[in-house]
Design a binder for this molecule. Structure first.
Ligand SMILES: Nc1ncnc2c1ncn2[C@@H]1O[C@H](COP(=O)(O)OP(=O)(O)OP(=O)(O)O)[C@@H](O)[C@H]1O
Ligand SMILES: [Mg+2]
Length: 381
């Protein structure tokens, strides 16, 4: 959405929130205020004029304040109404969790992921096998309860977690740490608690926490609400490793491993480096991303893979998307796009080479060094 679109969205939501607020429908008003605030916070990122940015920020803060006030009002009412109130609260939390349970199976499979053989095997041992043959994983051979996937952006962390979930009959909870914090403000710790409770009820379960650094970082530790969430998450993860029969595993993903503090690092017992794709993987990523497209005979994946050293999987996917569009673009520019008798020409090596020229690798060599260093120190190679 554009900045203008976001502001418009915020205005609409704030207006609705205000109406509900006036009608004393606080429960309904709160999420709308928060939505409006979130949209404004996003719009601020686009805003060049600091004065306008400030005004937007003030507005966003005002909405958040009002949402907090309303929450307090509701809580006070609930205290008076005892039982019914607390049920309502837990219903609300469980409702929020059901939003993040992915009931339909992720459609990616491990075959859609190029390379990363070691990581795949690790995940098999940690998740797939214990779920398929729990009898083999008892006593000292207990499965890993916490796994951290770390590495540069766009190299398949999210893809791997989804594909693993698709391999097994497990309930998959897809949690974005940033969303938990921004949507739930002071209540995040209750959300985390309920998440683990439901995951235990619905086991076998996989809890996937994307951008886990947002929740487990040492930065922001001053904030009271943040500290409570972290404590809750630590406690919940401890609960997992102490009970052998829970078939529940937490997968965290991050591209800022160094910002995860020690307490969490220890609870992610298995730490897997998801590196930039090597030559063979790059070749395979090219092939995966041109499936079903008509290619000229001069297309040579070996040489394309060779010259894209340093590119992430996402970079190569982008190169492919651009290259395979070239014939369509030409057809459109020549004014022939509406004639069904004129076919698009096959994609050539030159199309790929030009796209590679226009897409720069998104990860720098310095950043890679940083990941390698962290891997040497903390990774489970
Ligand atoms: N190993 C791979 N095999 C096939 N495709 C890949 C691979 N790595 C990345 N891709 C492509 O890049 C896209 C982004 O991958 P993914 O979302 O898994 O990255 P990520 O590591 O989670 O990145 P981020 O840290 O930014 O969240 C995928 O949708 C896919 O098209
Ligand atoms: Mg990701």
């Amino acid at each position: 959405m554009s900045a203008q679109g976001l502001i418009e969205h915020a205005r609409k939501f704030a207006k609705k929130a205000y109406e509900l607020d006036k009608a004393k429908q606080y429960n309904e008003a709160i999420p709308l205020y928060l939505d409006a605030a979130e949209a404004l916070m996003k719009a601020i990122k686009f805003e060049r004029n600091p004065q306008v940015g400030k005004t937007l920020k003030k507005k966003a803060e005002m909405y958040i304040e009002r949402a907090k006030d309303l929450k307090e009002i509701i809580e006070k009412k609930a205290e008076k109404g005892t039982e019914t109130g607390s049920n309502e609260e837990s219903d609300k939390l469980e409702g929020a969790i059901s939003d993040i349970i992915v009931t339909e199976k992720p459609s990616v499979t491990l075959d859609d992921i190029a390379g990363l053989e070691e990581a795949k095997q690790n995940l098999r041992e940690a998740i797939v096998l214990p779920l398929v043959r729990p009898d083999l994983f008892s006593g000292a051979r207990r499965p890993w309860k916490g796994i951290l996937l770390f590495g540069p952006p766009g190299c398949g962390k999210t893809l791997l977690a989804k594909a693993t979930a698709a391999e097994v009959e497990a309930t998959f909870f897809n949690v974005s740490a940033a969303a938990v914090i921004s949507k739930w403000l002071g209540e995040s710790e209750k959300l985390v608690h309920t998440l683990f409770k439901i995951a235990r009820e619905k086991q076998p379960s996989i809890i996937f926490i994307d951008e886990v650094d947002a929740l487990t970082g040492s930065r922001g530790g001053e904030h009271d609400a943040m500290r409570r969430v972290k404590t809750e998450l630590l406690t919940s993860m401890d609960g997992l490793s102490s009970s052998a029969k829970d078939r529940l595993v937490v997968i965290g993903a991050t591209n800022l491993p160094e910002s995860i503090d020690g307490a969490f690092r220890r609870r992610f017992e298995r730490r897997i480096y998801i590196k930039l794709p090597d030559f063979e993987a790059r070749k395979a990523i090219f092939q995966l991303n041109v499936k079903g497209v008509d290619l000229a005979s001069d297309v040579d994946f070996e040489s394309l893979a060779e010259i894209t050293e340093g590119y992430s999987g996402a970079d190569i996917a982008m190169v492919c998307r651009d290259a395979i569009m070239t014939p369509i673009r030409e057809l459109d520019l020549s004014g022939n796009i509406h004639d069904p008798n004129i076919k698009a020409r096959p994609v050539t090596q030159k199309d790929f080479l030009e796209s590679i020229q226009s897409v720069n690798p998104s990860v720098s060599a310095d950043e890679i060094k940083k990941y390698e260093k962290w891997n040497e120190e903390f990774g489970s190679a």
